[in-house]
Write a protein that binds this ligand. Sequence first.
Ligand SMILES: Cc1cc2nc3c(=O)[nH]c(=O)nc-3n(C[C@H](O)[C@H](O)[C@H](O)COP(=O)(O)OP(=O)(O)OC[C@H]3O[C@@H](n4cnc5c(N)ncnc54)[C@H](O)[C@@H]3O)c2cc1C
Length: 450
Amino acid sequence: MAPLVTVVSSPRARLFACFLRLGTQQTGSLQLHTGASCASKNHYEVLVLGGGSGGITMAARMKRKVGAENVAIVEPSERHFYQPIWTLVGAGAKQLSFSGRPTASVIPSGVEWIKARVVELNPDKNSVHTDNGKEIFYKYLIIALGIQLDYEKIKGLPEGFAHPKIGSNYSVKTVEKTWKALQDFKEGNAIFTFPNTPVKCAGAPQKIMYLSEAYFRKTGKRSKANIIFNTALGTIFGVKKYADALQEIIQERNLTVNYKQNLIEVRADKQEAVFENLDKPGETQVFSYEMLHVTPPMSSPDVLKTSPVADAAGWVDVDKETLQHKKYMNVFGIGDCTNLPTSKTAAAVAAQSGILDRTISLIMKNQIPKKKYDGYTSCPLVTGYNRVILAEFDYKAQPLETFPFDQSKERLSMYLMKADLMPFLYWNVMLRGYWGGPAFLRKLFHLGMS
Ligand SMILES: Cc1cc2nc3c(=O)[nH]c(=O)nc-3n(C[C@H](O)[C@H](O)[C@H](O)COP(=O)(O)OP(=O)(O)OC[C@H]3O[C@@H](n4cnc5c(N)ncnc54)[C@H](O)[C@@H]3O)c2cc1C
């Protein structure tokens, strides 16, 4: 698969990353906890569930606190993925290989990797069970199990992905099918969906629409494409400032948006997608497609849904300011699997990691957590092959912008940040536990302006 756009300006991106690194937390090898080691094959001082963005980041931070030998990560997958880049993989702007690395290479050195799946949590016993029959005990537990993709909740999926003309940027198995469907497009409906559930990166379902539109223009197929965004939501984006900017783009580029439309069935052999009108339950509409991009329904991982740490909806029930569990004081949650009322992104995970680090430090010293998470999250809304609107906002859905310019404007600089700088920052700074989000930059820029 040849990439449409080659990697750009790596030296510049590296320089910028070095600059950013100057402001990150410098905890170094400071050991705040001096208790005796309790590491053994089945007992760890800090046990991390999930080795994704939140799990690896927190393990790196905890290693500095209690020593590598006292930290373990439970994670079954052989490969770790930087998922945000799949938006560009689906549009042919990056290679899939650019997004993944062996899990072994991101586990902080000395930290134990328990290559297994958690199947049961027993917070009253301070233990978890894994699918290889082990019971592992902990003093502190960090839950970072991510969000589950429920393709099978749509009739005809996942088996429908065996057919052409259909893809999904949300899975490593289907992201390249999006690019194939885009290249194979001849004439007809290009349909992009948004499900009736919480999702990770709520901007991604529409980013691929803007990229597809740009691709059709580049390749002279735009006049033959009817581009449709069928979303279960009632709005294009949750923050007014960015929603207004997106609405302008939608009008300028002649894109059709149908609200309250939920994908319930794919007849991939006939290239048909069936949507239910959420305002009139039971009323369905069949769309034929020449290309279909599916954003699957998502939910909390099954292992959490019925566990004692979950809220009624299945998410890890944490305090929204400290990330400490509301009932189990030695249990913490980070990222997509929590009920933090903010948009589920890696950017949010970065900001949460700095807060959670401070929370756990104080809990370990029998003190009350002080640092408060404001819900910071970010969504680089890719609107073309060289354009991004950088949405950044908080719990109140109010913009919380880093840069001293209007981020609701499409910019090349923000595209370069998304495509090159952020991956660099992710692998080299965040996963090593040194990136707690851009709050320090925001302060720096705001000081400069005052
Ligand atoms: C297409 C796409 C585009 C995106 N774009 C952006 C973007 O532009 N900006 C941004 O900030 N974010 C973006 N995101 C979202 C971002 O990738 C996630 O929010 C982030 O990875 C969440 O981190 P996490 O640690 O909560 O979950 P994950 O990184 O998903 O990690 C969860 C881990 O838990 C493991 N796990 C699951 N079940 C078990 C079990 N039973 N036992 C043990 N381990 C288990 C999984 O294998 C996985 O490694 C995007 C995501 C996608 C898919």
